[in-house]
Design a protein around this ligand. Structure first.
Ligand SMILES: NC(=O)c1ccc[n+]([C@@H]2O[C@H](COP(=O)([O-])OP(=O)(O)OC[C@H]3O[C@@H](n4cnc5c(N)ncnc54)[C@H](O)[C@@H]3O)[C@@H](O)[C@H]2O)c1
Length: 420
């Protein structure tokens, strides 16, 4: 039986570790956060997509959480899923990856397969991860095998999970690639071989840059469409009927989460640092998407103005403050800069979000509590702004009771509803 150690038990590492345990592997989920580890071993999940029951079945099947890195010495495979946030200079903060690689290096035994899954710039696996793992004692491809495999998990997605989302693998040597493919094939339906680690790293950044740029495209178009009195939402619906060569993206309040607003910066930072020039598509997309919450604020201002009201003192109800629907993750949520702008203009901001009982918008000196009763509060608000359409929200009811609604998702109907 294979022994697997998964370093980092967050949104990415925990589902992966449990999937492997379900397939009969003996799995240790390693994390530096002792509270997370204690909760996991007690059957309490901190990840939306993993219920306590799923975690408990994992614990029965061979999963165990730990803070003790010495388990790496007994592992056949070690997979690293630690965070890669942005540092102050806009590049990836590789300290968690370096710490995890260092822990592997300290306990590594020959024959281990080590796979980095954390999203990062092309070259990290070979230039940063491998040297810390090998520590001049082991040779890649001979004593240890090292590969990169991008994580594609889409939190809240009920159709695609760990098992049925194809996985790309790229090793430092062809043998590393082959072994990584063999490993993932045990519990993932389709595994795709990249030419090498750099190509696998680049594939992930291409996927997320593609989303970032296309969201920016429609977020820019929505502004001038409104001024030209063109319904962009309808135009997108029409364009989407083309069966080839078009993929629909829709405008919104801005991009959020740990991936789309962050990952493309790894690539632009790398291009600038290595080659000295800009990755202009990413810079422009960032500029447009970063400005989206402010644009929403100006539309709130314009709608209130139409009703002869000022933003200052207006009751503004934000609906859904997470970065996407049906999850509790608020990282980089566009609701934060929107709330900051509205509060700075003197608005009386409240919010409804069943996933976020308390909310401290970034950059603002207030902590808000979710209103308990959505529909009553909406009735008394001067304006309601739909940001994330969580499934529990009855949008048609909301559409009939609020005085004015700014629908940033283009999915509501009713006389008082205005799409972004
Ligand atoms: N969340 C997503 O939807 C998603 C999707 C695709 C890729 N990714 C990428 O996957 C990686 C992990 O993201 P995440 O969302 O799971 O992060 P997360 O913050 O949810 O979880 C990371 C976990 O790693 C632990 N950790 C940090 N440093 C550690 C160390 N040195 N040793 C052991 N544990 C350590 C933290 O305590 C935390 O529990 C990132 O690079 C991210 O960009 C995330």
């Amino acid at each position: 039986m294979k022994t697997l150690v998964v370093i980092g038990q967050g949104y990415v590492g925990l589902p992966m570790a449990l999937r492997a345990a379900e397939e009969g592997m003996s799995v240790v989920g390693l994390d530096t956060n002792a509270k997370v580890v204690d909760n996991l071993n007690a059957g309490v999940s901190h990840i939306d997509d993993i219920s306590d029951d799923e975690l408990k079945s994992g614990l029965k099947a061979g999963y165990l959480a730990s803070t003790d890195a010495s388990c790496i010495a007994d592992a056949d495979v070690v997979v690293v899923c630690v965070p890669t946030p942005l540092s102050a200079d806009g590049g990836p903060d590789l300290r968690p990856v370096e710490a995890a690689a260092g822990a592997i290096g300290e306990h590594l035994t020959p024959g281990t397969l080590c796979i980095l899954e954390s999203t990062t710039y092309p070259g990290t696996t070979e230039e940063v991860f491998a040297p810390l793992v090998c520590r001049d004692q082991f040779k890649v491809g001979e004593d240890v095998n090292i590969a990169f495999s991008p994580e594609r998990i889409d939190p809240g997605n009920e159709k695609f999970g760990v098992k049925n989302t194809p996985k790309v693998v790229g090793g430092i040597t062809p043998e590393c690639t082959r072994l990584a493919k063999e490993f993932y094939s045990q519990f993932i339906d389709t595994v795709v071989e990249a030419k090498g680690a750099k190509e696998a790293e680049m594939a992930k950044l291409l996927e997320n840059t593609f989303r970032h740029v296309n969201i920016a495209l429609v977020n820019e178009m929505v502004r001038f469409s409104d001024e030209l009195d063109i319904d962009l939402w309808n135009a997108i619906d029409c364009a989407e009927t083309k069966p080839f060569g078009f993929m629909a993206f829709r405008p919104g309040p801005g991009v959020g989460g740990h991936c789309i607003p962050v990952d493309p910066s790894y690539l632009s930072h790398r291009v600038k640092a290595k080659l000295g020039y800009a990755f202009r598509m990413v810079e422009l997309a960032e500029e447009i998407n970063d400005a989206a919450p402010n644009y929403v604020a100006t539309r709130v201002w314009a709608l209130l103005n139409q009703g002869r009201k000022s933003v200052n003192g207006a009751k503004v109800l934000l609906v859904g403050v997470t970065y996407k629907p049906n999850i509790s993750d608020c990282r980089e949520s566009p609701a934060d800069p929107l709330a900051a702008r509205l509060l700075a203009w003197g608005a009386d901001v409240s919010y409804f979000d069943p996933f976020v009982p308390k909310w401290h918008p970034h950059g603002v000196d207030v902590v808000l509590e979710s209103v308990e009763e959505l529909y009553d509060t909406a009735e008394g608000a001067d304006i309601v702004v739909l940001l994330q359409p969580h499934a529990v929200i009855d949008l048609s009811r909301l559409g009939t009771i609020a005085t004015a609604i700014l629908d940033t998702r283009g999915i509501m109907s009713g006389n008082s509803v205005e799409a972004l």
